[in-house]
Design a protein. Structure first.
Length: 259
């Protein structure tokens, strides 16, 4: 059966390695690992806090989240810029795209410097927080949870997170995306052993990816509108694409909320 503590230990190693990689050579892949490993660790903690009888876990979990808060935020900024530069490749021949790409590249360099400084400042605290969590988990390293249990926890976490949200509102749609990501990561702990967990995780990923594609274009459009003339051809194309993705994201989110 799935072993969430083993999953936690694996992503703890990945996060530590990603911090080192981002200090040495912050390529997009390294920044992505830094972000995703952090999110997956938080998802495991969401699972283990109610599932494991560990009185010290909530406090240690909160300490870990505080330690990574600033790095997560700045790494997210760098990751957004990496995604936006990748999206712009489809518009290379459109007027304004080259200018925007140059500005995004300059912004990334500044953000990377900030990210490196933040990692240098917080790395020891993060490692210490992870070490203390690993010590807590030492006695339950062989804890196993069924795929059904994982789905139950994922659903129990997802329901209040999306309750009352309106997919017609941008902020709410973005919140639905983030909630689906956490629920997906919880279910994916058991996706290798449970078809039911894998199916649920795939459904969450579908909503997450669809809403994420819209949000990426929305942010890129905002950047373009703030940095280029209002009549720029690339803005018009980004606006049209963002509109198409918005309708797709809204449909997927609305279907999820009705289920």
């Amino acid at each position: 059966m799935p072993q969430p503590v083993i999953t936690f230990l694996r992503y703890s190693l990945i996060l530590k390695a990603a911090m080192a990689d981002c200090l040495d050579n912050p390529k997009p892949e390294a920044v992505h690992r830094l972000r995703s490993s952090n999110r997956r660790l938080e998802a495991v903690l969401e699972l283990l806090t109610p599932a494991a009888d560990l009185p010290a876990l909530p406090k240690r979990s909160s300490a870990f989240r505080r330690s990574v808060r600033k790095i997560r935020r700045i790494a997210g900024d760098v990751r957004d810029l990496d995604v936006h530069r990748e999206l712009l490749r489809a518009y290379q021949t459109t007027s304004g795209a080259t200018e925007l790409e140059t500005q995004l590249e300059a912004s990334r360099k500044k953000k990377v410097k900030r990210m490196r400084r933040q990692i240098s400042a917080d790395e020891d605290e993060i490692r210490h927080a992870l070490d203390r969590l690993e010590m807590i988990f030492g006695g339950i390293a062989d804890l196993s949870l069924s795929g059904g249990r994982l789905i139950y926890v994922a659903r129990s976490w997802l329901a209040p997170a999306v309750r009352g949200l309106d997919p017609h509102e941008d902020d709410d749609l973005h919140s639905i995306r983030k909630a689906c990501k956490t629920a997906r990561y919880i279910a994916e702990i058991g996706s290798g052993e449970s078809r039911t967990a894998a199916k649920f995780a795939k459904r969450m990923e579908d909503v997450q990816q669809t809403t994420g594609a819209w949000h990426d274009y929305l942010l890129l459009l905002d950047r373009a509108q703030s940095r280029l003339p209002s009549g720029s051809p690339v803005i018009k194309k980004l606006y049209a694409k963002a509109g198409v993705l918005r309708r797709q994201a809204e449909s997927k989110a609305a279907h999820l909320l009705k289920a």
